[in-house]
Design a protein around this ligand. Structure first.
Ligand SMILES: C[S@@+](CC[C@H](N)C(=O)[O-])C[C@H]1O[C@@H](n2cnc3c(N)ncnc32)[C@H](O)[C@@H]1O
Length: 285
């Protein structure tokens, strides 16, 4: 790419990334884009990270040739484009409601001539789910708690509506996706005044979210939490015995088992709520 083309591409991406909206300034720029254009955005990685999530996901799942992966709520494309660049034989679909984020992704696709990504630029609702493509793996990260605000206002008017709605939603996703990587916040609409579970109540949160998942017929294959190391935050597996208990229908794991499993993560040390969210890898039960 000529230096004037690099400058033009960088300027366009910087302008699009800088458009302020509810979910702007969220993700890192994919490394290959950053390297080629000399452009990165600063994300407060002690509050929220995406590389560490991707590292964990790739330890558990590897995009195979011919597979179809989806990224629901793909934002500015960190996951979609990092994966698409690294795994050119796998097809990726980015699903993103926000026009500016979608345009940002389209720019990356055009500049780097990425052939294995398509884009659905739409606020996908519950009623749209059956018409989505079938994915081998669907990333569904930090979207569902925005139901009732960003989408599906007719179905979620308050916290009390959420569990039944979420189980139906997750059940529908189970019908068309073989595996799912799932993460969810503990407030409805991203609004701290509407907690689904108190943001500091990690023990009840793991039970609440896991029950939505298993009631919908998914099996928890892996579950990770963020752990602060000496210079970075990494996602690590929770004890498999707790996963077995969470997967057992109708049984709430005992309080000590939950506390013991979460203790090594020392979740209270994280500055915000984001790193207190579990990162789930699900398969059809
Ligand atoms: C909180 S961000 C999470 C981004 C990304 N999944 C992650 O975890 O890094 C939520 C993203 O989902 C998008 N979004 C929200 N509701 C959506 C919907 N119904 N359909 C498609 N995209 C949606 C938002 O525009 C935003 O980019």
């Amino acid at each position: 790419m000529s230096s004037s083309n690099i400058n033009t591409a960088r300027e366009r991406l910087v302008a699009l990334y800088g458009e302020v909206s509810k979910h702007s300034a969220y993700q890192t720029i994919p490394d290959f884009v950053s390297r080629e254009l000399g452009y990165q955005e600063t994300i407060q990685s002690n509050w929220r990270g995406d590389r560490n999530r991707l590292d964990y996901i790739l330890k558990k799942l590897s995009p195979a040739a011919g597979q179809r992966w989806g990224d629901f709520g793909a934002n500015t494309g960190f996951f979609t484009y990092t994966l698409a660049h690294g795994f050119p034989q796998t097809h990726f679909t980015a699903i993103e409601a926000n026009d500016k984020h979608a345009t940002f992704q389209r720019e990356i696709k055009a500049i780097f001539e990425v052939g294995n990504v398509d884009m659905l630029n739409k606020a996908v609702s519950f009623d749209d789910l059956p018409a989505l493509p079938e994915f081998d793996v669907l990333l569904h990260l930090n979207v569902l708690h925005h139901a009732g605000a960003d989408f599906d206002r007719q179905y979620v008017s308050g916290e009390a509506d959420f569990p039944a709605y979420a189980v139906n939603y997750l059940r529908q996703l189970r019908a068309t996706n073989r595996a799912m990587v799932f993460q969810i916040g503990s407030n409805l609409w991203g609004d701290k005044t509407h907690p689904l579970v108190a943001s500091t109540d990690d023990d009840n949160k793991i039970v609440y979210v896991s029950k939505l998942i298993t009631d919908a017929g998914w099996k928890i294959r892996h579950l990770a939490y963020a752990k602060a190391g000496s210079d970075e935050i990494v996602y690590q597996d929770i004890a498999p015995t707790l996963i077995d208990a969470l997967n057992t229908p109708g049984v709430r794991p005992d309080a000590k088992a939950i506390a013991d499993a979460l203790a090594p993560f020392n979740l209270t040390q994280h500055v915000g709520e984001f790193y207190r969210r579990g990162l789930y890898i699900l398969e059809r039960a």
